[in-house]
Design a binder for this molecule. Structure first.
Ligand SMILES: [Zn+2]
Length: 112
């Protein structure tokens, strides 16, 4: 399965999960909500489908990477300890030998 297909299903899941919440970074309720990453995919590929790392975001904040707003919103949503734990998983770096195997992608799909 293509990773973009998994991403599409994952993003649908996030938008539905957060449908009653505003943008994680600025609080507005966008007409066209995005599923935005806190730690970006290009640097933290192993957190691409981490449910704490992806939240509903307005297109503007997603585009402009409203990082401080995102962190503040995430602290309100999941608590500072969970944010620090997520950041720790980012700082630890990519797990040795990690890649998005078919098995891992299937496991993500099943969890949605
Ligand atoms: Zn926003």
């Amino acid at each position: 399965m293509k990773i973009n297909t998994v991403q599409k299903h994952f993003n649908d899941y996030i938008r539905n999960r957060d449908k009653n919440l505003g943008c994680i970074s600025c609080g507005i309720k966008p007409k066209n909500p995005h599923a935005g990453h806190y730690l970006p995919v290009k640097w933290y590929s192993w957190l691409r489908f981490d449910k704490q790392n992806v939240n509903l975001q307005c297109p503007k904040c997603n585009r402009k990477n409203n990082f401080i707003g995102y962190r503040q919103g995430l602290i309100k949503k999941i608590g500072i300890e969970q944010v620090i734990d997520l950041e720790r998983r980012g700082l630890e770096g990519k797990p040795k030998g990690f890649s998005w195997t078919e098995k891992r992608k299937q496991k993500i799909l099943k969890s949605l």
